[in-house]
Ligand binder design. Structure first.
Ligand code: HEC
Length: 185
């Protein structure tokens, strides 16, 4: 009897392993997670900008963007990153396959082609990666990612918090980066 249940257990768990998340499930999970993240960060930035202005909001983002991202990831059972070729926060720098995909999208934008709403990649280890392009789609983004007037309190705050900042000089419609969601098998 004991042996029998061991066999059943082994069979059940190998069946589970053998049925990875379908592309459709991954797309649903990835789009839910990225939408929840954008809503959360966007809402926080908007209300902070209205009540406290750009310098305080910059501080808020510097302190909280990553933990809010992790919170949404936990709530949606995923892992989430925001990545960019011209990152502000050093931890959001794109590398490897992620960077290649951003470079491909960047070329598409420069050639006047519209970007897909998302792309999905299956990894050899069975996880699925969901990528969503992030555009500068709102004038409010330019307050902190556009042409920042030099020597203003905001320019100084950016310089002191992010000495290596690359995330300025954007225009409306530019590709700002991506949301990357890892969905376990
Ligand atoms: C009040 C200033 C401010 C505004 C407004 C703002 N951002 Fe940011 N943004 C930041 C800061 C600070 C960081 C770095 C901290 C972090 O989020 O990890 C950042 C980081 C990012 C990142 C992650 C990549 C990186 O460079 O580190 C993306 C993507 C991004 N912003 C997109 C946007 C978009 C799109 C908008 C408009 C909807 C926007 N931001 C509006 C301050 C701002």
């Amino acid at each position: 009897m004991k042996i029998f249940s061991v066999i059943t257990l082994t069979l059940t768990s190998s069946l589970l392993v053998a049925s990875p998340v379908s592309d459709e499930d991954a797309i649903a999970k990835g789009s839910t997670a990225s939408a929840a993240l954008l809503q959360k960060l966007g809402g926080e930035v908007k209300s902070n900008m209205q009540s406290n202005g750009p310098v305080k909001t910059l501080e808020f983002c510097a302190l909280n963007a990553l933990s809010l991202t992790d919170q949404v990831a936990r709530e949606t059972g995923t892992q989430i990153k925001r990545l960019s070729l011209k990152n502000r926060n050093p931890v959001n720098s794109a590398a490897g396959e992620d960077k290649e995909l951003l470079e491909k999208w960047e070329k598409m934008v420069q050639n006047g082609r519209s970007l897909p709403s998302h792309e999905v990649k299956k990894q050899p280890n069975g996880t699925t990666v969901y990528y969503k392009p992030l555009l500068i789609n709102n004038e409010a983004c330019l307050k902190c990612h556009g042409d920042i007037a030099p020597d203003t309190p905001l320019a100084k705050a950016i310089k002191s918090t992010y000495p290596e900042d690359k995330a300025v000089g954007y225009k409306m419609g530019d590709l700002r980066g991506m949301v990357k969601v890892d969905i376990a098998k």
